[in-house]
Design a protein around this ligand. Structure first.
Ligand code: ADP
Ligand code: MG
Length: 682
């Protein structure tokens, strides 16, 4: 018997070339192969009479060959074989291209099982290139439920079917980790049955059962992991704060907090009163005022003699936070410093000295905060802004710098409750569902290519009024296949042919960090009129003077992402606009984009997005912040998620720390899932 971690090369038919192809699918071991799950199935179990075949719907049918197949040589490299088939309900003309096998195998007067789709024209139905087998042959391509796998160049579905069958024959699938009572209660297949049935189901029902089991398992493992994390944190201690006088802070604010902000602050202060470290997510739409909530938390920590570290995802964001917090804190006598990579060595050393001696109370920075060189005298609070850019590891690294400091995570991505439950199952959540008063909505329009002259005129108008514009493109380099507008090419086109007299800047993710920062800073200072960019601008730099956001090929983005991008404008006093362009004519796509023109409620948009696209695409694939689920689809499987959460919480509660094979296997699997998700998960 082989083992799950044996390399695929021990299988027959897997040499170096094949192994390379498999590696493209992230398949290296037998275990990877067995966990390469189908993305769907073709039900080839049912035989359909010829008369009942529907155009363009592939189906199986049994038919007799009515003549000797005739092959014609059309031209070099193109042979065409024609044959007529019939059953008791009708006849069908079939054409094979370059298929010597069909020409040789199909015999006049014999019956075969075929699988293919008819296409209709006015002469009648016909079919090209069906697969077929003799009725006495074991069904491989017909008379079965055929799994359809994610593929890569050079690797056909058939090859994968065979390799996976081989792997299952020589190696036991992953061990059972779902406790027996749980399986019984929720009607869940045993692991071994499920792994066989997901790849080789007898019928669609079996495939469904197998899928259900594997989804349940993923959710169970994930939720169990969160439960364990929560449990281990509950054991940690924190000294409750005693000073909750917030009056001086409120007196210094140039405005009154919104009700939502006030509620969030109260929730944070309540956490500070407890004897355990806070783990709280503050979630609020762009512009909902998260910074002030963070500032209130830092103020309270300072009042209790504790230092605060605020981490931002980019230097320029760190600088902005620093500037606005400095204004607020200096009159209150709270010392604040900025620590970023671009400080000189000497400056960095000085800041670090002030931190370790306790001279500085609040520090704002980027990842530079994480290096071992940074030590604190008494770090009490860690705040991470725009959390989806920070992984678990980074978060815990910073936490390790204090004695289990309180943790506050801020996210501008509105997440539907259901999803938040899953992503942040180990965090408490405060929601800012209210914008400060007087904020005017960004007027949003959806237009087609015919509006191009008007868009250009509008850009010019904004610039002539002293404002700035963003133009966002879906890609960096021109991609011929997709016809997607690319930032660099578009910037050049605009500069050369449309706005030779305007200052056009270019920003994209492939630029070096420092270069990005300089470009962004100079745009923020007003040194360019139009910034052409990719989604790198999504995360929060404030350019209050920018009043227009044009998003090219908007159909390429998720709704939440578009909403996020739109949040880059409307930050100043002037009326702001967002123009979505699209060349897409699909009514559903247009519907989706129109929804964005009508509402500015980030949570509503997020719900819509989740329904339409599923969570994989939720924020754009790269930064989904979700664990790497293999089978589960969050938009459809929420009931299973709830069940699995209930079951895992109960089981962890009762058996989580036991030293039984079952509990050990589960903990090992939790470790694997979280390792796979590292850097994306929070
Ligand atoms: P975000 O949630 O996107 O981080 P910010 O904290 O940057 O939002 O706040 C956006 C703007 O709104 C800032 O200019 C801030 O000073 C202002 N602001 C925050 N809270 C209030 C409030 N309660 N009333 C008026 N303006 C506010
Ligand atoms: Mg912010």
């Amino acid at each position: 018997m082989a083992r799950l971690r044996d390399p695929v090369t021990i299988l027959k038919g897997v040499g170096e070339a094949r192994a390379k192809q498999l590696a493209n699918l992230n398949i290296f071991t037998l275990g990877d192969l067995i966990c390469h799950f189908p993305r769907g199935y073709e039900d080839r179990t049912r035989l359909v009479p010829i008369a009942m075949l529907e155009p363009d719907v592939p189906a199986c049918f049994k038919a007799m060959v009515m003549n000797t197949p005739r092959t014609a040589h059309i031209r070099k490299g193109l042979d065409m074989t024609k044959v007529q088939l019939a059953d008791t309900t009708g006849r069908l003309n079939v054409t094979f291209f370059n298929n010597r096998f069909a020409a040789e195998q199909l015999q006049y007067g014999k019956e075969y099982i075929f699988y293919g789709a008819v296409s209709g024209d006015f002469v009648g139905y016909n079919m090209t290139n069906p697969v077929f087998e003799a009725p006495e042959a074991p069904g491989v391509t017909t008379r079965r439920v055929l799994p359809v796998y994610p593929l890569t160049a050079g690797l056909s579905n058939n090859v994968l079917v065979k390799l996976i069958a081989q792997a299952l024959a020589v190696c036991d699938p992953p061990a059972e980790i779902l406790p027996e009572p749980v399986r019984r209660e929720y009607g869940i297949l045993p692991a071994k049955d499920a792994y066989f049935a997901i790849h080789q189901p007898g019928d669609m029902e079996q495939a469904q059962q197998a899928k259900k089991r594997l989804i349940f398992e993923e959710f169970f493992v994930f939720s169990a992991g969160l439960s364990l994390m929560r449990a281990s944190r509950a054991e940690k201690k924190a000294v409750p704060y005693s000073n909750f006088n917030m009056k001086p802070f409120y007196a210094c604010l140039p405005f009154t907090l919104t009700n939502a902000q006030r509620r969030a602050v109260e929730e944070i202060l309540a956490d500070f009163r407890k004897g355990a470290p806070m783990n709280r997510l503050v979630q609020g739409d762009v512009g909902s005022g998260k910074t002030m909530v963070a500032a209130a938390a830092a103020f309270c920590a300072a009042n209790n003699g504790k230092q605060t570290a605020l981490m931002a995802p980019t230097e320029i964001l760190a600088e902005q936070h620093y500037a606005s917090l400095q204004k607020l804190f200096e009159p209150l006598g709270i010392t604040i410093d900025l620590l970023t990579g671009s400080l000189s060595v000497k400056q960095k050393r000085e800041v670090r000295e002030r931190l370790s001696s306790g001279q500085t109370t609040v520090v704002v920075g980027t990842h530079a905060l994480l290096t071992d060189a940074t030590q604190f005298l008494d770090l009490g609070l860690v705040i991470a802004d725009e959390q989806h850019r920070f992984g678990v590891a980074q978060r815990s690294k910073l936490s390790a710098k204090g004695e289990d400091p309180h943790l506050l995570v801020m996210s501008a991505t509105p997440i539907p409750r259901t999803l938040a439950l899953l992503m942040y199952g180990d965090l408490d959540v405060s929601i800012l569902d209210e914008l400060p008063p007087g904020r005017e909505a960004v007027d949003t329009f959806l237009v087609g290519e015919s509006y191009r002259p008007r868009i250009n005129a509008f850009i010019r108008k904004q610039v002539s009024e002293g404002h700035q514009c963003f133009v966002v493109c879906p890609a960096v380099e021109e991609n011929q296949d997709l016809g997607v507008k690319a930032a660099s090419a578009w910037a050049e086109t605009l500069q050369q042919t449309v706005f030779p007299d305007l200052r056009i800047a270019l920003l994209h993710g492939q630029m070096k960090g420092a270069e990005k920062e300089t470009t962004m800073t100079s745009f923020a200072r007003g040194e360019a009129d139009v910034m052409v960019a990719t989604t790198v601008i999504e995360v929060g730099v404030d350019v209050p003077n920018a009043t227009l956001m044009v998003i090219e090929d908007a159909d390429r983005f998720g709704l939440s992402q578009l909403h996020q991008l739109r949040g880059r404008v409307g930050r100043g006093k002037a009326k702001s606009y967002c123009i979505l362009t699209t060349r897409n004519r699909n009514p559903e796509t247009l519907q989706r984009l129109k929804a964005l023109c009508k509402t500015t409620d980030g949570f509503k948009i997020a719900e819509e997005d989740l329904k339409l696209r599923g969570p994989g695409d939720f924020f754009g694939s790269r930064q989904s912040g979700l664990p790497a689920f293999r089978v589960a689809d969050l938009s459809c499987d929420l009931v299973t998620l709830k069940d699995a959460q209930t079951a895992s919480a109960q089981w962890i509660d009762e058996h989580g720390t036991e030293d039984t094979p079952e509990a050990n296997a589960l903990r090992e699997r939790i470790g694997e899932l979280f390792a796979r998700s590292e850097g994306t998960m929070n």
